[in-house]
Design a protein around this ligand. Structure first.
Ligand SMILES: Cc1cc2nc3c(=O)[nH]c(=O)nc-3n(C[C@H](O)[C@H](O)[C@H](O)COP(=O)(O)OP(=O)(O)OC[C@H]3O[C@@H](n4cnc5c(N)ncnc54)[C@H](O)[C@@H]3O)c2cc1C
Length: 509
């Protein structure tokens, strides 16, 4: 296989075969590289369908459940398919922070914000690779989206949080600091509406009819992740549409190293084990347009002293980066704006070549809801003096004290003179022992790229037209976040486009 990219003609047929793993191209229209289907239209149609629904949703996270609720409320029969034993995907283990621009909670705290400012922040972090219409849509619908979750019964804490890359504090936090607060209410609603969430149902393939319409799915029931030999093949017909909401591929070692060869098994991930790419790959085989698939995000707040997302990230995100400082243990000095976007921070830590150390005092940790557990686990440590802290992490003590003194001066002066970090209205000097610290080292967190959708959540094919009957929302869709997703914007994205996908599928747009 020689060429993958032809500068005159773009992605070549041979290159595409290689990229997507040697798929059948039987239906491709002669002479037009992108115009035709990549699967043979109609070839996979079963003689008999086992069951039928109006709308079939793949994936039981925020996006899939929002789609199912909307489809059913619009009068369509619906079902949600989930390959794992439990529903919820990454959404149920998520940190429960939700970007809302211009909210009543911000007004109560005197914070000025607007959808325009959120959009600006998203585009800046996204290196302007964002599909602007999609990003604009979620920015404009943030209040509506959070209100929709509140109408399901989701409760949020009173204060908003400031996450990296956002100009102002704007993120709502669920009452239990977890996405499970949203997913459980969505599951309650789905149940109340009489929509089945079928776990251990693995989607193998999107079946297209002779016209290329997504007519249904080939699945395996009784599947036991990750054993591909398990389960019984079934064919489900979708009279109106199929919604792909199968999430990202942060745990798909094969696919993520194809996109970014640096992300080998040596790089941990915050994602659930089922965050893999098979549905995305099948959508590509079905003719969906790939968008920026190699932009894979590493979260900067995770700790190397525990597996996966763990619990130490809460200290880093809610204390170290907001009320404290992050230092290079070799020098004792700060090296980046602790509230820069995720890529800037993760890249800066990786450039150090070793984990960074974040530090806060007893005032700074007041919003760390799991501090006791993190201390018990040993991922956050507590010290009576800065000397003891420095000794634990091998930080030269005098430069560390100079760093803390400088930071305390900036707080007094109202300006971070080194890195221009936003100062919280309730920031105080780091001077109240005990002191707390945690190591920070990036892990694979989010896959920004995916398949192309439009504002109706229709999947756009390589012939530049919507693939009839095929919709997508959430992390499987690319373009919303461009190069870098801002913290708390994924929940927003999933709720907005999940709802839209359900509405569009039910209306057969
Ligand atoms: C630990 C963690 C914390 C996070 N915290 C936040 C946060 O606080 N705020 C924020 O905005 N974002 C956060 N994110 C990102 C956000 O949670 C995700 O982007 C979001 O949950 C994705 O939702 P989704 O509905 O697209 O997919 P998911 O919730 O991942 O659901 C997709 C589902 O599809 C299933 N599936 C996949 N393939 C198949 C198949 N072949 N057949 C059947 N089912 C399949 C998966 O098993 C999964 O259950 C966090 C992510 C992680 C990992």
């Amino acid at each position: 296989m020689k060429e993958k990219f032809d500068v005159k003609n773009g992605l070549t047929r041979r290159g595409f075969i290689k990229t997507t793993g040697g798929v059948a191209l039987a239906g491709m229209a002669a002479g037009s590289l992108f115009a035709g289907p990549l699967k043979a239209f109609g070839a996979e149609m079963p003689e008999k369908w086992d069951e039928e629904f109006d709308v079939i949703v793949v994936g039981s996270g925020f996006a899939g459940l929002a789609a199912a609720i909307e489809a059913k409320q619009a009068g369509s029969s619906a079902v949600v398919l989930e390959k794992m034993r439990v529903p919820g995907g990454n959404s149920i283990i998520n940190g429960g922070v939700f970007a809302v621009a211009g909210s009543p909670k911000q007004e109560a705290e005197g914070i000025k914000d607007s959808p325009e400012l959120l959009l600006e922040d998203m585009l800046k972090a996204g290196l302007y690779l964002n599909h602007v219409e999609l990003a604009k849509t979620i920015a404009e619908k943030s209040r509506e989206a959070v209100q929709w979750t509140e109408s399901l019964g989701v409760q949020y804490k009173d204060r908003v949080t400031h996450l990296g890359g956002h100009s102002v504090p704007r993120s709502y936090s669920t009452h239990n600091s977890s996405g499970s607060a949203i997913v459980t209410k969505q599951l309650d609603k789905v149940k109340e509406l009489g929509v089945d969430v079928r776990t251990q149902s693995y989607v193998m393939s999107i079946i297209q009819d002779k016209e290329g319409r997504a007519a249904g799915l080939k699945i395996k029931e009784g599947y036991r992740f990750p054993d591909e030999s398990t389960g019984t093949v079934k064919y489900l017909k979708a009279n109106k549409g199929v919604v792909l909401a199968s999430g990202g591929f942060g745990r798909d070692l094969y696919f993520r190293t194809i996109q970014d060869p640096k992300l080998t098994e040596n790089v941990d991930s915050t994602n659930q084990p089922g965050a893999t790419a098979e549905v995305l790959m099948d959508a590509l085989r079905s003719g969906a347009t790939p968008v920026q698939i190699s932009w894979i995000q590493l979260g900067p707040w995770t700790s190397p002293d525990e597996k996966g997302m763990g619990i130490g990230y809460v200290f880093n995100a809610m204390a170290g980066f907001v009320y404290g400082v992050m230092v290079d243990p070799e020098t004792g000095k700060r090296f980046i704006n602790e509230l820069a976007d995720r890529k800037i921070r993760a890249d800066a830590i990786i450039r150090l070549g070793h984990p960074a150390v974040t530090i806060a005092d007893s005032q700074g940790v007041r919003r760390v809801h799991n501090l006791d557990r993190a201390l018990e686990k040993g991922v956050v440590k507590k010290f009576d003096t800065l000397d003891a802290l420095a000794a634990e992490y091998n930080i030269p003590p005098e430069p560390l004290k100079e760093t803390i003194n400088a930071w305390n001066r900036y707080i007094k002066q109202g300006q971070d003179r080194e890195y221009g970090r936003y100062l919280q209205t309730d920031s105080e000097a780091i001077a109240n022992p005990p002191y707390y610290a945690c190591r920070a080292w990036p892990k694979v967190h989010h896959t920004m790229g995916g398949i192309q959708i439009n504002n109706k959540a229709q999947v756009i094919g390589l012939d530049k037209k919507p693939i009839p009957g095929l919709y997508a929302a959430g992390e499987i869709a690319g373009g919303v976040h461009g190069a870098v997703r801002l913290g708390s914007c994924a929940v927003l994205d999933c709720i907005v486009f999940g709802r839209t996908a359900g509405q569009s599928a039910a209306a057969k747009v």
